[in-house]
Ligand binder design. Structure first.
Ligand SMILES: Nc1ncnc2c1ncn2[C@@H]1O[C@H](COP(=O)(O)OP(=O)(O)OP(=O)(O)O)[C@@H](O)[C@H]1O
Length: 210
């Protein structure tokens, strides 16, 4: 579970969002929508403790994560967080297996995750030789292998065809159904429709997904 309390982020004179109160319990999936530049990635980065909000709190249970030291933030990310970045954040010169080892050295889980994302048998290939969509799927496999309780995903279907887009949406939904709290920034209507709630970062309107 993750919860924000009166979370505000400004860059200089410009406030992206103000006094945001959101709760994403285990088992739920929240979509962050809004026009380009409205602050979806920035909000994900704050939830993932990669950026500091200007004010307000981020709570995991009773713990206010914004009060953690740099070491505490690192430990929280390592223990609880799976982050699917917009630029995938893979080790380019390493193999798929070496990238998955960063999350968890469990060959059985890795094989299951690679089968799920359609990359079985390609463990020894180097990431820089793979297409954008394949890299996006490796990044998803890494999140699957990590088995985090909080999953943040930034435009997870961006580089994918329709079939793989559906696979990613289904996988994120399954993670939520198995007990993760999932937050996904997206422009994609199918992703939004798979979520339980939708928060428009620009208007700051929260609604149930239809
Ligand atoms: N470190 C920074 N310093 C100043 N401005 C920043 C910084 N980081 C982000 N911004 C600005 O904050 C705004 C929100 O950026 P963000 O990437 O969060 O938007 P977004 O909603 O995810 O956009 P997109 O849909 O295009 O990915 C942008 O105008 C961006 O230029």
């Amino acid at each position: 579970m993750i919860r924000t309390e009166q979370l505000t982020k400004s860059f200089g004179e410009r406030t992206l969002w103000r006094d945001v109160d959101l709760t994403v319990p285990s088992g739920r999936m929240l979509a962050l929508v809004g026009s380009s530049g409205s602050g979806k990635t920035t909000l994900l980065n704050c939830l993932g403790l990669l950026e500091q909000p200007s004010s307000g709190g981020i709570f995991h249970g009773e713990k206010n994560l914004t009060r953690l030291s740099a070491g505490g933030r690192r430990r929280f990310r390592r223990t609880h967080l799976g982050y699917l970045f917009q630029n995938y954040a893979l080790m380019d010169n390493a193999t798929i297996t070496e990238n998955l080892d960063v999350a968890r050295r469990d060959r059985r889980l890795q094989a299951q995750a690679l089968e799920r994302v359609g990359l079985s048998g390609r463990e020894r290939e180097r990431v820089h030789r793979m297409s954008g969509g394949e890299q996006q799927r490796i990044a998803l496999a890494r999140v699957i292998v990590k088995r985090s309780s909080l999953v943040l995903a930034d435009e997870p279907t961006g580089a994918l065809d329709e079939e793989n887009g559906r696979m990613v949406i289904g996988t994120l939904r399954q993670m939520a159904d198995e007990g993760c709290a999932v937050v996904v920034a997206t422009h994609n209507e199918d992703v939004r429709d798979a979520c339980d709630e939708v928060f428009d970062v620009h208007t700051q309107h929260l609604a149930a997904a239809v």
